[in-house]
Design a protein around this ligand. Structure first.
Ligand code: ATP
Ligand code: MG
Length: 561
């Protein structure tokens, strides 16, 4: 990460203020609270970096807490994926917790609330309850069950728990104020009947606590000091505090909820529900499809944890929502891979070049530097022979003076090799160029120190030796959505903006050193971009993913030097 001293964000200022007012630093504790109903995405990365970043800054423990109160949507697969992603980002949690660990405690507290007349069982339908909610400007109406006796409430609540009632017939509600200007305070639901097995508690429970009742109390049980969540919970803060008031013991730490803005990334959606839709409808090949903005998708695409953390650091924490351009994320991965990725050569759209004055059957292995940004990366040997491939796009029969690649009568340097001059080309019946004939200057070998080797020519091309190159599948990705903000249109569903060309598969011809690459290895194909080895690779066929091109082709932001 960067060495620059970071300025504090507004949440860090809140913590600093608490410390200044005498709160003991050793009591600070944070949590990251994902619901295991999908894979983590780049928006979560901001929350992870925020919470674990606070932990690092203050040497405070951070819990990983699964907010698992809705068995209908939650699964063990998601729990495992979330843990893997947080670890991969390089963070370690203090303890792994589950809201479901607290089901009994929450139930016991709910019984206490009933006994104190602070909660009641409502036996109306959800439609009836909705009709009584009122509007932001008009108060709601009390439920006819609001004044049930404590004994009756206790009996009904127990029966709910024991499975006597069907879903939707009874709920437990907090008895607060049906006239509160905050609609969330109008007797919010604390429990509902759900006859669904839970991925951890199995069929132990058939009533499940609601988010608001669970979250603050879980923070309290864990003695979390600062419970940081996104802005849509700002209105929930009053309820968070009300629920805490019911159980708070002044000898303990009282958690405080504070809110920050959700991070949205352009040309994608950051919502587990919508990402699930992409997976279920087969728009992508799973949660870790390299086009997905999930942590696992980015990992498979070739992103490094550092690049994601630097991105999160750069955008920081905000009080208001805005759209972050995906090119900023790409900038950060490019910047990191430039430092660490070995350079190699591969040709993705080949045309054959025959070096007519190079002896047939001869080959030589030339020195090639692995990374000009990192001397310690050393060098490798690349084979050169009479027949090579270059990119089709790098040759023109005729071109103006601004075309620095190969043209008839013109010269270029082959990277790590020789200067060649194009003399003629052959075409097929349709006029497509099938072969280019060139002459090479044997004295111009790169690094040989001769006068010819130092001669400057305008263009340098990447290439591979036909005889030595091997074919691999190369997956070229583009943005998943054509629209910058696909899920913000009132009249159109986000699925209407799927980019039909988000994946293009080509056969690339790669230098032989790449045969040794392992799954996940990241390289720069010179002049083309950064690529990594996909887990779909087999011993017969390697598969490479393009992480990002060398330059921002969409040119949305200016790359800062
Ligand atoms: P989703 O809508 O994708 O399911 P969520 O907020 O319901 O998101 P949770 O699993 O509840 O997902 O989120 C865990 C934590 O990550 C929460 O504190 C949440 O506020 C935070 N978070 C989720 N999405 C973002 C985002 N886009 N930007 C910043 N923080 C986020
Ligand atoms: Mg959620």
């Amino acid at each position: 990460m960067s060495d620059k001293p970071k300025s504090l964000n507004f949440l860090e200022h809140i913590v600093e203020e608490d410390l200044k007012n005498g709160f003991p630093k050793e009591k600070l504790r944070f949590r990251f609270p994902p619901e295991p109903n999908g894979y983590l995405h780049i928006g979560h990365a901001s929350s992870i970096c925020l919470n674990f970043g606070l932990g690092e800054r203050y040497g405070a423990p951070v819990n990983l807490r699964f907010d698992d109160t809705n068995p209908v949507k939650e699964e063990q697969e998601y729990v495992d994926a979330i843990k893997g992603d947080v670890e991969w980002l390089g963070y370690s949690w203090d303890t792994e917790r589950y809201a479901s660990d607290y089901f009994q405690q929450l139930y016991d507290w709910a019984v206490i609330l009933i006994k104190r007349g602070k909660a009641y069982v409502d036996s109306q339908s959800s439609e009836e309850m909705a009709a009584q909610k009122g509007t932001p400007t008009e108060p709601g109406t009390n439920s006819p069950y609001r004044d049930r006796s404590v004994d009756e409430n206790l009996e009904f609540f127990e029966k709910m728990k024991e499975g006597h009632f069907e879903e939707g017939t009874h709920v437990l509600r907090a008895k607060i104020d049906m006239a509160s200007p905050n609609m969330l305070m109008r007797d919010p639901i604390m429990y509902r009947v759900l006859k669904k097995a839970h991925h951890r508690t199995n069929t132990d429970w058939c009533i499940y606590p609601m988010y608001d009742w669970t979250h603050g109390e879980s923070d309290y049980i864990e003695q979390v000091t600062h419970s940081l969540c996104t802005l849509e919970f700002a209105m929930h803060r009053e309820l968070y505090d009300w629920f805490l008031d019911q159980v708070y013991n002044p000898s303990k730490v009282r958690p405080k909820q504070r809110e920050f803005a959700r991070r949205n990334l352009s040309h994608t959606v950051v919502s587990k529900r919508k990402l699930l839709q992409l997976v279920e409808q087969g728009v992508v090949n799973g949660w870790d499809d390299p086009r997905m903005p999930t942590i696992s998708g980015l990992r498979r695409r070739g992103y490094t944890p550092e690049s994601i953390k630097n991105f999160a650091d750069t955008i920081g924490i905000a009080k208001r929502e805005n759209l972050i351009d995906v090119s900023l994320l790409e900038f950060h991965v490019r910047e990191h891979l430039n430092k660490i990725a070995p350079r190699v050569m591969g040709v993705l759209d080949p045309v054959k070049v025959v070096i007519t004055n190079y002896p047939e059957g001869q080959e030589e292995w030339l020195d090639a530097e692995n990374n000009p940004e990192d001397e310690s990366a050393g060098s490798r040997k690349v084979p050169f022979s009479r027949e090579i491939y270059i990119e089709r796009d790098d040759f023109r029969e005729e071109a103006n003076r601004k075309f620095f690649r190969l043209k008839l009568g013109g010269e270029v340097r082959l990277k790590n090799a020789f200067i060649i001059k194009a003399e003629s080309c052959t075409k097929d019946a349709d006029g497509n160029i099938v072969e280019i004939q060139c002459a090479y200057d044997p004295k111009s070998k790169s690094g040989s120190g001769t006068e010819e080797s130092l001669r400057k020519v305008k263009g340098t091309l990447h290439w591979v030796s036909v005889k030595h190159a091997f074919a691999a599948e190369v997956r070229l990705y583009d943005r998943l959505f054509t629209d910058e903000s696909p899920d913000t249109h009132k009249d159109k569903d986000f699925m209407e903006f799927i980019n039909p060309d988000s994946l293009k598969i080509v056969t690339g011809y790669l230098e032989p050193s790449l045969k040794e690459a392992n799954i996940g290895d990241r390289v720069q194909f010179q002049r083309l971009g950064y690529f990594c080895v996909d887990p779909d690779s087999t011993s017969d066929k390697m598969v490479f993913n393009r992480t990002v091109g060398l330059r921002d082709t969409w040119a949305k932001i200016q790359e800062k030097a």
